[in-house]
Design a protein around this ligand. Sequence first.
Ligand code: NAD
Length: 275
Amino acid sequence: SKVPTLTLNNGIAMPQLGFGVWQVPDDEAAQAVGTALEAGYRSIDTAAVYGNEEGTGKAIAASGLDRADLFVTTKLWNSEQGYDSTLRAFDVSLAKLGLEYVDLYLIHWPVPSAGKYVDTYKAFEKILADGRAKAIGVSNFLPAHLERLLGETSVVPAVNQIELHPQLQQAESRAVHQKHGVLTEAWSPLGQGKGLLEVPTVLAIARKHERTPAQVVLRWHLQLGNVVIPKSVTPSRIQENIDVFGFELDADDLAAFAALDEGRRIGPDPAGFND
Ligand code: NAD
């Protein structure tokens, strides 16, 4: 594949760039994922709550690719947290995907007020031990949630998938992840395609490299060491977003990106997101 891999803390290789399918309706997911697989993506990021595990699974089955060459992530939804309910929810996700294992299973949000993420993660450890997930991890965990998990469970999460883009650079979380061997995966890496791709600094760097704003933003993530999972349903953009391995940002570009950090979230604050 054209996408390099990073090695997770348990030795499993994960493509550094994948395809996100949040907000893609189930009946469009098969086509979008199929387009992505044809374009060379080998990692797909879905979740039970996205409602498109079936469409994603159909595209995987139709692709004719070897299962071993794919990296499939799904996530446990908040309402299913707890040991037994997690095991049941995982069975449902696997069945919808039509797979015998996932490559990565994530706790979607910590939901600290429910107080269940440690028990939930113990079910994840069982799923890992049974070989039904090749790696397990978390999403939207703040450093305090991660520290608690590390203190009360055995398997260090392979990944923490968090909101991260040039306007929310997450220096503190990234440092905590690095200290513990947790890979940082960036969700909404393009800032959801809203204001970020029109910021003058981003436009200037794009012009300098004769690339698009989305491509230089993705390049910034890759050079930082993040895993990225940009989403698009537009074939030309799906192609564009994976065509980011033929150029490099220089130190000036990286300094200009560093100055864009506003510490501003687009999505919810994980401390209070208890859906
Ligand atoms: P994103 O930053 O990937 O932006 C996607 C949007 O940007 C598209 O809908 C489109 O409008 C625009 N876009 C995409 N490519 C473009 C291009 N080349 N040029 C111009 N505009 C372009 O946002 P996202 O979908 O929120 O995040 C990516 C993935 O991260 C999701 O699909 C999902 O898999 C994951 N995610 C996870 C969580 C979580 O809680 N764990 C939350 C949000 C997203």
